[in-house]
Design a binder for this molecule. Structure first.
Ligand SMILES: Nc1ncnc2c1ncn2[C@@H]1O[C@H](COP(=O)(O)OP(=O)(O)O)[C@@H](O)[C@H]1O
Ligand SMILES: [Mg+2]
Length: 380
């Protein structure tokens, strides 16, 4: 039997890849699992000869460049926007393991309307001075976040007190800002500036009910759950971990100085083993609902990293869903086997998609086919 050919669409600049360690691990997992897996970028596609220039790691730190036949299935791991990428991604050139997704604001709005998810959604509105006033009356803690941000960038936490507001921000470049502002109009002026200066690609901001996530004193502590499709195309929760934010940080993101800790370690201490287990199950239930809702709207997906807030009372909240999630949390927790599993699953699922792609009698096959037909053809 021929090896399935899996292309991994990524960003590269010369031989500098956006996530070199993960990409090495992913292509090596492909090899180990019996696939031909390689990295490629939009500039590596030759539509006329139906070949792709692909990259695999050497045993050292380098990369080997080779010409490959057209990939049977493509994993999209391109994390940058850009015309060239969008042109490829919106064409019907490839069959993708993961469909296209949308930004945080759009998905948050969709989830807020969704009966199956409402219970887990923090109150969220689009940023404006009026909405700020309204939200401040309802919540003592607010988060103001870009509707299209990642990695903790451009996020502000606003804490109300009797003598004014404490504002703790993280700029687009992740540098910290902390100010005290006495009046509401002063706060609104400050945020008006922030939502212009720190916006991302001209996007909007949202105001969200702030959750009390201080499971560790003075630290924002939240949960990251990784849900992935397995070798049979079924959703499985691969694992969960907690991220403890740096001191005086409004976010817990690992890139912003957060530390990875196992879920049990913190949850058992805070809630006791029994309640911690109930909470863990609720997180899983939330994750399965999330992927179901998303797939109904966007078609078949491959994996999501779900940011979950567990507040000091043990209530579970959905903070964010990441369609191209990192796996560093498992490394940080010192759980190499969980990390390996999280790297293998995308390959296993892509192999499953390749093996089943001509079968339109399954729901998933039918969805994939109709989605592909609908797509615009790429102008050669
Ligand atoms: N409503 C909120 N209440 C409390 N903490 C929040 C809230 N929203 C975000 N955070 C904190 O900020 C982090 C980053 O927010 P998130 O929405 O995941 O944005 P990003 O896409 O930048 O990761 C979260 O992981 C959490 O630690
Ligand atoms: Mg996040």
């Amino acid at each position: 039997m021929n090896k399935p050919v899996i292309g991994i669409l990524v960003y590269r600049n010369g031989l500098t890849f956006s996530e070199p360690t993960y990409f090495r691990d992913l292509t090596r997992a492909g090899e180990r699992l019996g696939a031909t897996a390689f990295l490629f970028s939009p500039q590596d596609i030759d539509v006329n000869s139906r070949t792709v220039t692909g990259f695999t790691p050497t045993s050292g730190n380098g990369w080997i460049r080779r010409t490959y036949s057209w990939p049977e299935v493509v994993i999209d791991r391109h994390r940058r926007s850009g015309q060239e990428y969008m042109k490829i991604r919106t064409s019907s050139l490839f069959l993708y393991a993961n469909n296209r997704f949308t930004n945080k604001w759009n998905i948050t709005r969709m989830f807020l309307q969704e009966d199956r998810l409402k219970q887990w959604m923090p109150e969220t509105v689009e940023y404006s001075r009026e909405q700020l006033r309204t939200m401040l009356k309802r919540h003592r803690l607010l988060y103001v976040k870009p509707g299209n941000g990642t990695g903790g960038s451009s996020i502000v936490r606003v804490q109300s007190a009797d003598d004014g507001y404490t504002v703790l921000g993280r700029s687009r470049k992740l540098s910290k800002r902390r100010v005290k502002i006495k009046t509401l109009s002063g706060l609104a002026n400050w945020l008006d500036h922030w939502t212009v200066d720190e916006r991302i690609r001209g996007g909007n901001f949202m105001i969200q009910q702030g959750l009390d996530l201080e499971l560790v004193p003075e630290r924002v502590t939240d949960t990251r759950l990784l849900i992935q499709k397995n070798e049979s195309g079924e959703w499985k929760v691969t694992g969960m971990g907690m991220r403890v934010g740096a001191p005086h940080s409004s976010t817990s993101n690992l890139h912003g100085g957060g530390k990875a800790v196992s879920f049990q370690e913190i949850a058992d201490k805070q809630f006791g083993a029994e309640k911690a287990e109930t909470i863990r199950q609720e997180c899983e239930q939330l994750a399965f609902q999330v992927v179901q809702v998303i797939e109904e709207r966007f078609g078949p997906m491959m994996e999501f990293g779900i940011d979950i807030g567990i507040d000091v009372e043990g209530r579970v909240w959905l903070i964010e869903v990441n369609p191209k999630p990192g796996r560093d949390i498992f490394k940080g927790m010192g759980n190499p086997s969980l990390y390996s599993k999280s790297v293998e699953r995308p390959i296993q699922y892509a192999m499953y998609v390749a093996a089943n792609k001509n079968r339109s009698n399954t729901n998933e096959g039918a969805m994939l086919l109709s989605k592909r037909r609908k797509r615009r053809r790429l102008q050669a």
